[in-house]
Ligand binder design. Structure first.
Ligand code: PLP
Length: 409
């Protein structure tokens, strides 16, 4: 049985917190997530018990830190089934995609095509825009189907020998659809392209098998999966990863450098980890993965889908609610109330103590497809309760002045 009470009891942010004088209901988990006590304790332990740098000293504290960093790397590797040496610590998904795109640009030229989609988060669009600008390559888009999904059929329509990079989210952060990464990767490889997966919204919610997907690169952030801010990973198949030049240079990533400007890099992953790592967050990241594993990703996913279905069933009687992703594969509901600005709706929910997101959700190319300048998005996570959903639904249908006027029309 999914022990929601026990799970919630481990999160200080769920302990009698309020917003606008109302009990806090947090439904913006795509944006970031709350941290369980074990993660907070792990971070605190770094500062109170084991502070030192890593890879820089010949004393026990520093050696211990090296061990801890590599333990987190191993934990990430086991979590997604890749090799430890394929895991690069970054500050998060944005940093990972920028690192990759700017380095990979050196392998591209003006005849090449980079394929993304209009549903991508800014970090998976703008990083490739930059790579296109640096290399002269062209950006093209996989057409979305009528629901807004990336389908294998549509992918086949645009893949060609000119495509050198395909970069898409496994789960989109607005519509919450799951792309068939394994099949798309297979096709991309047949045409000689590398496959890059933005896993920011999938790694926290579904089991990922990097080897089975066979993609070349994958990126995610710890803070969206109960972990600390400022830490994430870029995972890459080792040979390609190691063939890239680092874009950030400094201490820890070089074997030697000379007065004439020659630099000898260490091998991946170290060559991409210039400077002092975010050590407290690395320690907390391991605790977060272990916490998620103790619940089980299948259980988490089932819990989220159950609550999403419950919310949809309660809202389905109201014709004035426009739903954009009824068939989402994750716990994301994107909606609008007819004739109500998304931000007004979010402000209204805020006055009820309910946190959701309104706007473009950093996926600004998608609004043209959705034919609306902004949407509201509520997103569920492992600690969301049925009571949270009830509060959300009640606030929407009983609302405040704006919505009362609207529903009583
Ligand atoms: C799909 C997707 N990609 C990338 C990101 C960027 O993640 P971060 O801000 O942790 O770098 C997000 C954040 O919302 C996201 O949802």
């Amino acid at each position: 049985m999914y022990d929601i009470k026990n799970i919630r009891s481990q999160f200080p942010m769920l302990n009698n917190k309020s917003m606008q004088g109302k009990p806090l209901v947090f439904l913006d988990n795509c944006s970031t997530t709350f941290k369980p006590q074990c993660v907070i304790d792990a971070i605190e332990k770094y500062y109170t018990d084991i502070t030192s740098n890593s890879h820089r000293g010949d004393y026990d504290l520093c050696y211990n830190m090296d061990v801890q960093v590599e333990e987190t790397r191993n934990t990430v590797a086991k979590f997604i089934n890749c090799e430890s040496k394929e895991v690069v610590f970054t500050s998060g998904t944005t940093d990972s995609l920028n690192l990759l795109a700017s380095s990979y640009a050196e392998k591209l030229n003006k005849d090449d095509v980079i394929l993304i989609s209009e549903a991508e988060h800014a970090s998976n669009v703008l990083a490739w825009f930059k790579a296109a600008e640096l290399s002269g390559a062209t950006i093209k888009y996989i057409p979305l189907n009528e629901e807004g999904r990336i389908t294998v059929n549509n992918f086949r329509k645009v893949i060609s020998n000119k495509v050198k990079v395909v970069s898409i989210a496994q789960i989109g952060n607005v519509l919450g659809y799951l792309a068939d990464i394994k099949t798309i990767t297979k096709i991309a490889h047949e045409y000689g392209a590398i496959m890059v997966v933005d896993a920011a919204q999938s790694a926290p919610h579904i089991a990922i098998d990097f080897k089975d997907l066979d993609c070349d690169f994958l990126a995610f952030s710890a803070h969206k999966m109960c972990g600390p801010t400022g830490i994430g990973v870029l995972v890459g198949k080792y040979d390609i990863l190691n063939s890239l030049n680092p874009s950030r240079l400094g201490g820890g990533m070089n074997a030697k450098f000379f007065k004439d400007g020659e630099i000898q890099y260490l091998d991946a992953p170290t060559k991409f980890e210039a400077g002092t790592l975010n050590l407290a967050s690395i320690i907390g990241f391991k605790a977060a993965i272990e916490f998620i594993q103790s619940i089980g990703l299948d259980n988490i996913h089932n819990h989220e889908i159950e609550l999403r279905d419950y919310a949809l069933s309660r809202l389905s009687n109201y014709e004035n609610i426009i739903m954009y992703n009824k068939t989402a594969d994750s716990g994301i509901i994107t909606f609008n109330i007819k004739d109500v600005f998304a931000q007004d709706e979010a402000t209204l929910l805020n006055s009820h103590g309910i946190a959701i997101r309104s706007g473009q959700h950093c996926a600004k190319l998608l609004n043209e497809f959705l034919k609306t300048p902004a949407t509201c998005r509520m997103s569920i996570y492992l600690y969301t309760s049925k009571e949270d959903i009830d509060a959300f639904v009640e606030a929407i249908i009983n609302g405040g002045d704006i919505l009362d006027a609207f529903f009583n029309d």
